[in-house]
Design a protein around this ligand. Structure first.
Ligand code: PHE
Length: 330
């Protein structure tokens, strides 16, 4: 009889520390299952002397009933616990930081600009910037491009306040601004936005340029060529082939257009360049007999298009997914 009340105590204790359905099922099996403690007591009834059977049987039945009701109570408590747990799993904590949106990737043009600037800075160039709203003087006149000059038509741009101010049509005015302020040696690079009245598959009304300028004693075309070869190799990979073609700009003499060779694609023009024209040097108070320099103006948007296989330049100013689509099928 002793161990019968012991079983109830044991059951109470285990049920008290039970917090999940799984544990409860295990406890039920341990006491009431086929090989459970109470079940085995029931089985013992038949092995007892006949006179002891009724009393023992009654005790065991009571025990079983007590056990069942205790487990039943525990079941209710555990059901509640499980329900609360489920609710907590799905709960919204308004103080919790929201999900982070991925930052996205760098714009192809800006990535090319950054890489080119990094290469030029490591070669000794200093990054400077000029205004996007320019005067006619800096954008044209000081660059040896008088009003009657036909290349003003080529760089037709947006005028502000009559004919006085304009959105710069190239970054070359920064050459003049820098040379006015400093005395050589000058070694600067100037990235930025430029504007022209164009809009089709190969032209945007706003695009980017990177201007390079080196003024010193005895600067020659050889320095220009070396700098461009070195730049192409650093930006496009080892020993990149470049080609210099004679060209014309009012503010350089001689002038060159420069192409880069892309295997399987051909030559691509990426910049205009030349030796700073003596008239430009004179305009900023530099003696062309003493100083000489080279300058170049590079189009990073075109470089990005070649590099990433972007067919239509307008993709660069559309949304993210249109660039992705164009890039993907090439
Ligand atoms: N500014 C010229 C252009 O926009 C490029 C250039 C820059 C040419 C410097 C020579 C020297 O086409």
């Amino acid at each position: 009889m002793e161990d019968l009340s012991g079983i109830v105590d044991e059951l109470r204790e285990t049920l008290n520390s039970c917090n999940s359905l799984q544990e409860l099922n295990e406890i039920r099996a341990r006491f009431l299952g086929k090989k459970g403690k109470i079940t085995s007591l029931m089985k013992r009834i038949s092995s007892l002397p006949p006179q002891e059977r009724p009393a023992f049987g009654k005790r065991v039945n009571e025990l079983k009933a007590t056990a069942e009701s205790l487990i039943q109570q525990a079941q209710q408590r555990v059901n509640k616990l499980e329900a609360e747990r489920k609710l907590l799993e799905r709960a919204v904590d308004p103080t919790f930081p929201g999900p982070k949106r991925p930052v996205g990737s760098e714009h192809p043009s800006l990535k090319v600009i950054r890489e080119i600037l990094e290469a030029l800075v490591s070669m000794g160039f200093e990054v400077v910037e000029g205004p996007e709203v320019e005067t006619v003087y800096y954008n044209f006149e000081a660059l040896n491009t008088p009003a009657w000059h036909p290349s003003r038509d080529m760089q037709d741009t947006f005028y502000v306040r009559g004919e006085e101010l304009l959105l710069r049509s190239h970054t070359s005015p920064v050459q003049v601004r820098v040379m006015e302020k400093r005395t050589p040696p000058i070694m600067v690079v100037s990235p930025g936005r430029v504007y022209r009245r164009d809009y089709d598959a190969t032209h945007l009304p706003m695009f980017h340029q990177i201007e390079g300028l080196y003024v010193d004693r005895h600067v020659s075309v050889a320095h220009l060529k070396w700098t461009l070869m070195e730049l192409a190799s650093r930006v496009f990979g080892e020993k990149k082939r470049i080609r210099m073609r004679p060209s014309f700009f009012p503010f350089t003499e001689p002038s060159f257009e420069v192409d880069v060779w892309f295997e399987g694609k051909g030559w691509f023009e990426i910049l205009g360049s030349g030796m700073v024209h003596p008239n430009v040097l004179k305009n900023v108070g530099c003696d062309p007999e003493e100083w000489s320099g080279f300058a170049f103006g590079l189009g990073p948007d075109r470089v990005a298009m070649i590099r990433y296989g972007i067919g239509d330049i307008r993709s660069l100013v559309r949304n993210e997914s249109s660039i992705y689509q164009v890039t993907k099928h090439l």
